[in-house]
Write a protein that binds this ligand. Structure first.
Ligand code: GRF
Length: 221
């Protein structure tokens, strides 16, 4: 039986990943509790979602802070005051300082809408679409001091179809984001993640089914 993990979720926008985490918790499929949702954007729809589910929120805007570190100090204090163990970045549009990351060592997760290390940074879906890859996807990783560079926990592969637009591809990727983020947090809660350098080992977990996939499919003559 997994213990309950206290989460702090950081958001800036729509919060559909937040919603999938809330839904999993309410369904009993994710042994976690969201202690606080912090937004840097007072207009984030994620805050409406939080209100609907009675989850405490804090809005911390960057205006008024002299430096990134001052801002992050306030963030860290807010998270710690609420007993947060694991920080979940769910569309939080700010780069975190080394000070923040040192405050939660190997306890900050991020989701990125591409198969890292390809297409880091903003608009990962568009970058992949414009590049013409045949597969893209999404990645949950532990955050480190780089941009989308930390040790990878789980990835989902999404094929790109000829009929796709950036929008349809983004939608299909987002659907997978909503599956892999709760799964990554569940594995953390179950104590199954071991970070070994760049690699995250997942203990006592089935290995993926092994057949490679091709896009377009390889036909046998
Ligand atoms: C997602 O695409 C996520 O991968 C990226 O920001 C977006 C957040 O979407 N980091 P939402 O706010 O969870 O709907």
């Amino acid at each position: 039986m997994a213990r309950i993990v206290n989460l702090g979720v950081l958001v800036s926008g729509s919060g559909s990943n937040l919603q999938s985490i809330i839904d999993n918790i309410e369904r009993g499929t994710l042994p976690a509790q969201i202690r606080i949702i912090v937004s840097n954007n007072p207009g984030a729809f994620a805050l409406e979602r939080a209100k609907k589910h009675g989850i405490p929120t804090a809005v911390i805007e960057h205006a008024g802070f002299a430096s990134r570190e001052d801002y992050d100090r306030k963030l860290v204090d807010t998270l710690m005051d609420n007993g947060v163990e694991l920080v979940v970045l769910a569309g939080f549009m700010r780069v975190l300082s080394p000070f923040f990351l040192r405050s939660f060592p190997a306890r900050v997760m991020n989701i990125h809408p591409a198969l890292l290390p390809s297409f880091p940074g903003t608009h990962g879906q568009k970058q992949a679409f414009d590049y013409g890859v045949k597969f893209s996807g999404c990645t949950v990783h532990f955050a480190d001091e780089g941009v989308d560079t930390g040790p990878i926990i789980i990835q989902a592969v999404v094929p790109v179809c000829d009929t796709d637009t950036e929008e349809t591809l983004s939608q299909r990727i987002l659907k997978e984001e909503h599956r892999i983020y709760p799964q990554a947090i569940r594995l953390y809660a179950e104590g199954k993640l071991r970070v070994e350098g760049r690699k995250v080992r997942v203990l006592d977990h089935p290995q993926p089914e092994g057949s490679p996939r091709h896009n377009p499919p390889v036909t046998n003559f």
